[in-house]
Design a protein around this ligand. Structure first.
Ligand code: BTN
Length: 239
């Protein structure tokens, strides 16, 4: 892949989207700082200088329905990279990268280290472009981050951002070449499975015990009224 680097940019996802629409593939947009970055569910994302802010435009060789699997794979890849620098990160469904004591009352679900925003365009059976945006709080002071967030600097000190990004992208590419391994790798890193969770789907709240992930990336929840399969939403770890 080729890298397009910016000292400062609005959002690497927005730039990647332009490149993708122009037909570029296998390009990664990287920035030191973002001034208008976006998170999931229309949230903003704080992206000061020192982070790993990157958006990869991938070759979309899969149907749109399988895109959630790419998002899970990206989460696994980021955890691989965090673990390569000694940070025992875990995944909260669908793809929040967390560290820390998951069971302490004040920080249910741990501190957020990274997030992923996958975007695509296309029809059901033909994805015209697909990009994976990765935001990993790397060499950033804790007080420059929102409450409930942490950084690699806070956990282990400064890292070589280029190396961490490279590990992430290599792992993502390995996972996408062996997509049948993604769910098992995700299960291994999950801090959600086995927990009491509440998932807000936008239409309803589903509470119960998270028991599994199912292709292409759904969460299976045991509730009082039986098994629910949730495809998208905001997940909170309850205990
Ligand atoms: C989330 O957890 O809500 C997802 C956060 C994704 C942030 C990254 S930073 C690089 C890329 N550019 C953006 O504007 N967003 C993603």
């Amino acid at each position: 892949y080729t890298v397009e680097y910016h000292d400062s940019i609005g959002s690497t996802n927005d730039r990647a989207r332009e490149l993708a629409a122009d037909g570029d593939r296998d390009v990664v947009v990287v920035a030191d700082e973002q001034t208008g970055s976006r998170g999931r569910l229309d949230r903003s994302w704080v992206a000061p200088s020192g982070g790993i802010w990157a958006s990869a435009v991938l070759q979309p060789s899969l149907p749109a329905a399988h895109v959630p699997l790419v998002t899970l794979a990206a989460g696994v890849a980021v955890v691989d990279a965090c673990r390569s620098v000694g940070v025992e990160a875990t995944l909260k469904w669908p793809n929040d990268v967390l560290v820390g004591d998951d069971t302490a009352d004040s920080q249910r679900g741990g501190l957020k280290l990274a997030g992923i925003l996958t975007e695509m365009e296309g029809e059901a059976d033909r994805v015209s472009w697909l990009l994976v945006g990765i935001g990993l709080n790397a060499n950033i002071d804790g007080d420059a981050l929102p409450a409930g967030a942490t950084s690699l600097r806070e956990q282990v000190g400064d890292v070589d951002r280029r190396a961490v990004l490279q590990t992430t992208l290599e792992s993502l590419s390995t996972l996408l070449d062996a997509s049948e391994t993604v769910l098992d790798r995700w299960r291994e890193y999950s801090s959600t499975l086995g927990r009491e969770v509440r998932v807000d789907t936008g239409r309803e709240q589903i509470t119960g015990r998270a028991v599994d992930v199912r292709f292409p990336g759904a969460l299976v929840i045991d509730t009082d009224s039986g098994e629910e399969v949730v495809h998208a939403g905001d997940c909170e770890h309850l205990r």
